[in-house]
Each structure stands twice: as structure tokens, then as C-alpha cells.
Write a new protein. Structure first.
Length: 190
């Protein structure tokens, strides 16, 4: 993992195949008002057309409008913890998904979530992106534990978590939908 400082506001994390780019409030607002293609052009990426299931599409739109934009506005110095990080395939210079946290770990923990374009499933990219972002996040001494939820039938996502050292710690109902059964996962500081 290589962390590159692009400018004073943005960093990128780079691995063998991927770059992770955190979106600041300006880029998120452009995504919301002008569309993903315009945001990708501003980032110097080749525009992509994500293919994600309805649940992830709905969750992403909700997060964009009701969490990422307001929280990155309120937390400009720590926006990395409140935003989507674009998962960019270096080979094509295009976004193949997103990953991010649910806030700064003030009490030692935060939640992580991710989605990958269906065209890029089963190629190890979610595992690689999660590994990179966890390495970056655990550099902050405040972070002690990262939490995640997966639908109980989402075996590929569960494999991604297991490969990154997460342990299943329980099950319940998804907080947002109140209908989807999920497993709860945790990864402690290495």
C-alpha cells in the first residue's frame, strides 16, 4: 500500500491493482447534482457505469444525500472518515466500486461498507480495497475496532471480511431496512 498526497485536501491509497480516492464535499455535491460521470471526469477518471443491485444502489444514494454530503461538510478536516472512497482499477483508470466508513472512531470504533460493480465481482478487488483501507485506518491510534454487517446470504461479502481478518460476532436485523437479516462482524486493531 502506498499513500500519495495529491494536494492538501485529497490523498490516495494505491496498491498493485487499485487506487482508493476519498471524495470531499465538493466532489460528492457534484456527484449528487451533476452525476457520477461529471465527478469522474473532474477526478481524471474514465467514466464508468456501475452495475450494482437495487439494495446497494438505494443505499449508495441514501448515503450520498443523507450522510456523505452533510457529514463531509461538517467534518472537512476528517472527511475521509465520512465519505465514499472511489475504488479505481489502475489498468482502466475507471471506478469499479466504493468503500468507506461511517465516521471518525471517536469512541474507538467505526463501521465499514463497500460495493463492487457486478462486472468486477470475484476478482479479489473488494478484498484488496478493504485491506488497503484498513491498513490506512489502523494508522490512526484512536481506531481499535472496525465493524461491518452483511446479509446472511451474501457469501461473497462474508468471504471478503474473513480474508481481511474479521470475525463474526452475532446476527440481527439491518438497522436501515429493519427487514434484512444480517451477520455482525468485527476486526480488532492488529
Amino acid at each position: 500500500m502506498v499513500e500519495r498526497q495529491k494536494n492538501t485536501a485529497l490523498i490516495e491509497i494505491e496498491s498493485n491493482f487499485l487506487r482508493l480516492i476519498p471524495l470531499d464535499n465538493r466532489l460528492l455535491t457534484i456527484w449528487n447534482t451533476e452525476g457520477r460521470h461529471q465527478m469522474e471526469i473532474i477526478l481524471g477518471l474514465n467514466p464508468s457505469d456501475w452495475e450494482v443491485d437495487f439494495l446497494h444502489e438505494t443505499e449508495t444514494k441514501n448515503a450520498l444525500q443523507n450522510f456523505w454530503i452533510p457529514q463531509t461538510h461538517l467534518n472537512p478536516d476528517n472527511f475521509y472518515w465520512y465519505s465514499n472512497w472511489e475504488i479505481v482499477l489502475i489498468e482502466t483508470n475507471s471506478s469499479i466500486g466504493g468503500i468507506g466508513f461511517a465516521g471518525f472512531p471517536e469512541k474507538g470504533s467505526t463501521v465499514i461498507g463497500y460495493t463492487i460493480d457486478k462486472k468486477f465481482h470475484n476478482r479479489g478487488f473488494a478484498t484488496e480495497a478493504l485491506n488497503c483501507l484498513l491498513d490506512w485506518a489502523f494508522m490512526d491510534p484512536t481506531l481499535k475496532i472496525v465493524l461491518a454487517d452483511t446479509p446472511i446470504d451474501n457469501y461473497p461479502s462474508q468471504k471478503v471480511l474473513i480474508k481481511n481478518g474479521f470475525k463474526r460476532i452475532g446476527e440481527g436485523v439491518d438497522e436501515d431496512t429493519q427487514t434484512i437479516q444480517v451477520y455482525h462482524w468485527a476486526k480488532n486493531r492488529p
